[in-house]
Design a binder for this molecule. Sequence first.
Ligand SMILES: C[S@@+](CC[C@H](N)C(=O)[O-])C[C@H]1O[C@@H](n2cnc3c(N)ncnc32)[C@H](O)[C@@H]1O
Length: 146
Amino acid sequence: MDTDPVSFKEFDHYLRDLERINVLTLASRPTLLWLKRAPADFPAERPISVRDVGRGGGGMLRQLRKWARGKNLKLDLTGVGVNPWSTRSAAESTPLEMSIRFETADRLARMDPLWTDFIVSSSFTQHLGDADLVKTCSVTSCLISS
Ligand SMILES: C[S@@+](CC[C@H](N)C(=O)[O-])C[C@H]1O[C@@H](n2cnc3c(N)ncnc32)[C@H](O)[C@@H]1O
């Protein structure tokens, strides 16, 4: 999807369609269910940082923000993607008051552990070859559910 010769408008449509498919197929459910159990282990005085690697249009982070609001839970949310167009699309799809950071970066170019409480990734590992998958999992704890 990142290499098709399309306009930004078409690319942006891809990501919005993907978000609709994710909603219909409950694709984010395993990640959200897992993450929802985690805050109990954290002190309430500081925000919990969550980094979504391969975040596409940022739908997972918006869902997390909505969920956290009702629980008075402070989350520091960052979405990372390799494609600058997906960063633009994610930013344009996200109201500013949601306060989510979107960064353009290649996860494979930076294999040091990330300073964050949690890393989530959904529908991302199919972009990796076997060696990169193993490398990525070795610096994070991987729960592979799809
Ligand atoms: C299939 S999309 C999934 C997007 C989103 N997580 C979702 O579930 O809708 C995978 C995303 O991973 C990004 N990606 C692929 N390789 C990457 C890398 N090495 N570092 C960061 N992002 C990458 C792609 O640009 C794409 O936006």
